[in-house]
Design a protein around this ligand. Sequence first.
Ligand code: SF4
Length: 476
Amino acid sequence: MTIAAFLRRIELATRPIHPESRTALARRWAELPDHVKTPGQLLGKAAVGCEGTHGVFPKCNLTCSPCYHSADANKVRVDGSHTVRAVRDQMEYLRSVRGPRAHAQLIGGEVSLLPAQDHAAALLAMRANGREPMSMTHGDFDYQYLLDVALDGDGKPRFGKVSFAAHFDSLMRGRRGAVRPHSEAELNPFRARFADMFVDLKRDYGISSYIAHNMTVTPSNVDQVEEVTRAVLEMPYDMLSFQPAAYIGDDRRWTEDFGDVTIDAVWSRIEAGAGQRLPWQGTQFGDVRCNRTSVGLRVGAAFTPLLDPEDPADLAARDRVLEHFGGMIFGGAPKTVVTVKIVRAVLGHLEDVPVLIRFAARMLKRAGGPRRVVAAAYGRRLGFKTFVVHNFMVAAEVQPAWTLMEQGVVSDDPKIRETHERLGSCMYAMSHPETGRLVPACVQHSALDQAENAGLRKMLPIRPVSSATLTSPASV
Ligand code: SF4
């Protein structure tokens, strides 16, 4: 490599915003429907959105009502080489159209049914394509499995940091030690045990983690969201995420009325559990009917949101950050590269420095002042927490809306129009490299999974099946 080429490489690596990120963000913004192009919109300004795998390991060994997987999912053999190959293909396509960095979920059936080496290989394939992977699990595995994923054959850390999201709720059946839980509280020891594995991983091997707690909400457990929030906030989870149940996936598991649980009903119960308001209106990923998020600092038992949406100074600071620094990515880069990026970004916008200092001072004041923050840090009671509600749509609405979208038809029906608007601003996409498409996860689970899993069942049968029982694979 010539000196000039080497210097160009250094310049690009430390450039605050990678040019491919700028291009991907601009494309994302241009494609968003007008109704979500609000000042607080993060898609197209700071992020391209979340990504998830599909059809890579459909099987699961627990049963849930509801279950978002199609009826055929458990008839597909877990096959590590298929998983790694399909994950790589999907991630390479995402890398090509959505730029060098994004968060992606390793999701499908139950990730811990993968042999640990294949699980690790899938994570490495995601990272090789600039994805920050999060493994989605029911959390019913032992510390040894986590070690086998996180450590290499010599017992050395394979990763500096791992990220897992564990699904715990009383709608799940078959967990070891809680086969048929009667209440959410019954699962608290299992929630704590899962989170503690990552504390041990840090202590024993120095591997950091980001862990999320997921809970599906139906009328039967919505009134327990408050106590789950209260309990999980005392555990070392970084994110508390709740999903009102939707009629998608396996209709044999639709045993109760899911329709009564709204995003507002869930959020108000999370606030009750947190003991305070959790303002989310300052920023938005996609459509407000799909999801809401509040990020902040937990100091002792009190949560301080990063942004006060009722403070014009905070909103002005948000606008500057999004305009001048949106799209900066730090994940996966060495500390020196991150430092140079930040220095270059700040030097490019020195006029923003006083604004950011005042923003940090307001945040510190809201959190109780520097002494309180330092005391909380000293007592290990300081950390960021994120609250999320993601509100999937029902298959009966997504299927017809998607068919019309594919035909380019704009419907007059208000419900279909709403579905179009939400799908058009989707923040959670799945990749189809075989057709050069990205599809919203709602579409994947409502319209595509069934045929895809039927095809996988043929390719990876648990036991031989006759071709007469099979339908053809999905074509999207
Ligand atoms: S997956 Fe569905 S509910 Fe989620 S953001 Fe996309 S369209 Fe909205």
